[in-house]
Design a protein around this ligand. Structure first.
Ligand SMILES: [Cu+2]
Length: 191
């Protein structure tokens, strides 16, 4: 089900971008592999103009709280944190696909189709992110340390509707995770 959805989404994305004057060839080229970051947030609600303080107070509350936690570390995290702390994080928050095999030189292009900011951060080993209550006891991996105040982390951020291109990957196995929701993990194998 999720696989099918992803494929349809990618096709739609390709057509959409091909219609614009710039990025068409690049996005639809076989040398680009797409990854989709998914979450359970409604981007429209999240971005509602009624929001207070710029982070969706007019929205559902749920995603609003999670977003604030990502930036401020201080808000109640509700269901998401509850599930994460029990070791059963919400599977709706995910990178698709879970594994990708690409030729060297391929651009891995990550689009965020949820309503939340994520990061697509290469790590030596999977582990916790920088929002400790979401880590299920795993220590923060060094690559995520400092959160968005660390420019190396900030540059891997993918906000709702935006795209992050990862280029120059060496041959071998690469691990990527979200530094906010650390159960969002995937492997890219470069041939
Ligand atoms: Cu995330």
């Amino acid at each position: 089900m999720m696989q099918k959805l992803t494929v349809l989404t990618l096709m739609a994305g390709c057509v959409l971008l091909a219609g614009t004057s710039h990025a068409g060839a690049r996005v639809c080229s076989p040398q680009t592999a797409q990854v989709v970051a998914l979450d359970e947030c409604d981007p429209d609600t999240f971005n509602a103009p009624t929001r207070k303080g710029g982070l969706g107070a007019g929205g559902t509350g749920f995603c609003h709280e999670v977003a604030l936690s990502a930036f401020g570390f201080a808000t109640t995290l509700g269901d998401l944190i509850d599930k994460a702390s029990k070791g059963t994080p919400d599977p709706g928050w995910d990178f698709e696909p879970d594994q990708l095999t690409v030729d060297q030189g391929t651009t891995v292009s990550v689009v965020d189709q949820g309503g939340e900011p994520h990061t697509f951060t290469e790590v030596a080993q999977f582990g916790g992110g920088f929002v400790e209550p979401l880590n299920h006891g795993e220590p923060t991996v060094p690559e995520c340390a400092g959160g968005f105040s660390n420019v190396a982390v900030a540059r891997t951020r993918v906000t709702q509707g935006s795209r992050l291109d990862v280029t120059g990957l060496s041959k071998g196995k690469h691990l990527f995770q979200c530094c906010i929701h650390p159960w969002m993990r995937m492997e890219v194998d470069v041939k």
